[in-house]
Design a protein around this ligand. Structure first.
Ligand SMILES: [Zn+2]
Length: 372
């Protein structure tokens, strides 16, 4: 491993994780990124969308002109850390971790650190570099809001590389899951639990009927269904009158998402009739699946960058949802490059310096592909 690159990678990464950036509060880290890239000759623009619900999109868009193709590399700036949580990173020369009291934030600051290191290196190398656009998105973890409101067509890249994804280094995602959240409100009927329980409609009985008929977990096609939240009732002497459940559906095609949702609708009206209850369904935002092709040019190109660096190549349909869902909406070739790391979104999260260095080599190779 090149000593200068390693020093830069770890130095930038440690600085980044110490700057809090929970979803929606990315401003400080955005300022750090903007200043860093501005000093390296990038043009900086902080994205503001006029669209409804886009409040302060805040994506950082940095461009550095080159020759050849317009390559866009994206990484989200936010983490799942709590509002007042300060990350105290540790590094033993091999692995980065937190002190155990918080997440580390390698998801996705490892990718941000790699892109900033790339920027520092390529800004000094004038020959043969492609035209670069680095986009740092906001609010990925809270529903991909930054990428949703990004005007990709205006940036007009020829290819999009989303640097994220927690699978091992060398893995690229050609597709990933779409997402539909929902809320179910059950209205039963209150009654005294001892005097006349038979005249009540127990909301939990209704919920149980619904729950046991819906297939939880993973299906053969990789789609999933889950109810992850349930609240109901107040007093032990009352037949539970109300109950709320929240859940999500994920699938690789929009038609599967819609089909699974209409299954919930049909079953609910059936259970309503059977129990005499009222079931209100509220559909949340539908995040479209990312549907790329296994055999695209962008897959072949990235594979070349991975293999030529002696890294094991792996191609997958990702079992998660990422910014690629929206980045790919303009029908420009898109893939997700995975960053490695372990136990993302937990206090045990870790990443090795070697993983970051490998990611650096893959992306650096892409910045010059076919131009040398
Ligand atoms: Zn992420």
């Amino acid at each position: 491993m090149n000593k200068t690159i390693i020093k830069m990678l770890s130095g930038i990464f440690l600085k980044l994780v110490k700057i809090p950036s929970p979803s929606g509060k990315e401003k400080r880290v955005a300022e750090f990124i903007s200043a860093f890239l501005h000093q390296r000759g990038f043009d900086i623009l902080v994205d503001q969308s006029g669209k409804k619900n886009a409040s302060n999109t805040g994506n950082v868009i940095a461009t550095l002109s080159g020759k050849g193709e317009k390559l866009l590399f994206a990484a989200h700036m936010d983490t799942v850390q709590l509002e007042d949580e300060i990350v105290k990173p540790t590094f033993d020369g091999v692995t980065f971790k937190s002190d155990g009291s918080s997440i580390l934030g390698a998801d996705n600051k490892a990718s941000v650190a790699v892109l900033l290191t790339i920027a520092a290196v390529v800004s000094l190398e004038k020959k043969g570099r492609h035209d670069l656009r680095f986009v740092f998105t906001t609010r990925e973890e809270s529903g991909l809001m930054g990428s949703e409101f990004l005007d990709i067509k205006k940036l007009n890249p020829s290819m999009i590389f989303n640097v994220d994804g927690s699978s091992s280094i060398g893995t690229i995602d050609y597709s990933s899951l779409g997402h539909l959240s929902f809320l179910i409100e059950i209205e039963g009927k209150a009654a005294h639990a001892a005097i006349e329980p038979e005249s009540g409609i127990h909301a939990l009985t209704v919920a149980t009927k619904l729950y046991t008929s819906l297939k939880m977990g993973k299906n053969k096609d990789g789609s999933t269904f889950n109810i992850g939240y349930i609240r109901g009732g107040e007093n032990t002497n009352v037949i539970m009158p109300n109950l709320v459940m929240k859940g999500e559906i994920r699938a690789y095609t929009e038609s599967t998402l819609k089909k699974m949702w209409s299954g919930v609708e049909n079953l609910s009206s059936q259970v309503e009739k059977e129990t005499g209850s009222k079931i209100k369904l509220k559909k949340g935002k539908l995040i479209p699946p990312f549907t790329g092709s296994k055999k695209s040019k962008i897959v072949a190109l990235t594979k070349k960058s991975i293999v030529s660096n002696n890294i094991k190549f792996n191609l997958q349909a990702a079992p998660y949802t990422s910014d690629s869902s929206y980045l790919a909406q303009a029908a420009i070739p898109t893939i997700t490059i995975c960053k490695g790391g372990k136990h993302a979104h937990t206090n045990k999260e870790s990443i090795t310096l070697k993983e970051m260095y490998s990611l650096f080599k893959i992306i650096h190779h892409l910045c010059y592909h076919n131009n040398q």
